[in-house]
Design a protein around this ligand. Structure first.
Ligand code: GRF
Length: 220
């Protein structure tokens, strides 16, 4: 039975999807704790209601990144985690923190990496005029929004899309791919070689397409 610790900063809808899938699909894992850097993160309430331990390490109480990361690391390690899941955790992590969890920390980023790392990804995608946008689950490495790619979801950009409409549609796909990727991890099915991740026993597609009905009828 693997221990998962999930870090959130806000509403925690991806965390919720993972908690629900873990229970419904009877993964060989349990969500041991949900921790936040913000006391008002609404996702903490969902976790408490589901009997999951919660904790807050408020970044505002620390003078710098190093001391915050050290306190967060202590809070996480109290649960003896096999996997750390960043789910809307809005903090830049120090290299020491990332190294401590090397190979056992996942993140979801709302773009088709390596395009559009950083913030405001949906706005960036619209301004670049891309026709496909998406989300990426990846292992966390010291470089922000990089790291071996586990699974990607793509969706078509529609005429009239705004950053908000893209974010809304993409969230449904995030809730499909993030639980899937975490499940592969806890089932020991992710092999990483030279920065490339493969799913084994059995191999499975590492992408998910959420194409709108309008576009589906017009494929060349
Ligand atoms: C998601 O869009 C995720 O990709 C990004 O932050 C958002 C978090 O949403 N990293 P939620 O807190 O999981 O609802």
């Amino acid at each position: 039975m693997k221990n998962i610790v999930i870090l959130i900063s806000g509403r925690g809808s991806n965390m919720e999807a993972i908690v629900r899938a873990c229970a419904a699909e009877k993964w060989p894992a349990r969500v041991a704790a949900v921790l936040s850097n913000r006391p008002d993160a609404s996702g903490l309430q969902f976790a408490s209601r589901h009997g999951i331990a919660t904790g807050v390490v408020d970044h505002k109480q620390f003078s710098g990144r190093e001391s915050f990361d050290a306190a967060m690391r202590d809070a996480i390690d109290a649960y003896q985690p096999d996997l750390i899941v960043l789910a809307g955790f809005m903090r830049i992590l120090t290299p020491g923190f990332v190294e401590h969890y090397a190979g056992r920390m996942l993140n979801i980023h709302p773009s088709l990496l390596p395009s559009f790392p950083g913030l405001h990804t949906h706005k960036q995608a619209l301004e670049a005029g891309v026709k496909l946008h998406g989300a990426t689950v990846h292992f966390v490495t010291p470089e922000l929004d990089h790291g071996p790619i586990v699974l990607q979801a793509a969706l078509d950009v529609l005429p009239g899309d705004t950053p908000e409409s893209l974010a809304d549609r993409l969230l449904d796909s995030e809730h499909v791919i993030y639980p899937r990727a975490v499940r592969w991890f806890v089932e020991d099915r992710l092999h990483v070689q030279d920065g490339v991740v493969q799913v084994v026993q059995p191999a499975e597609p590492q992408w998910f397409m959420a194409i709108s009905p309008q576009a589906a009828g017009k494929q060349p």
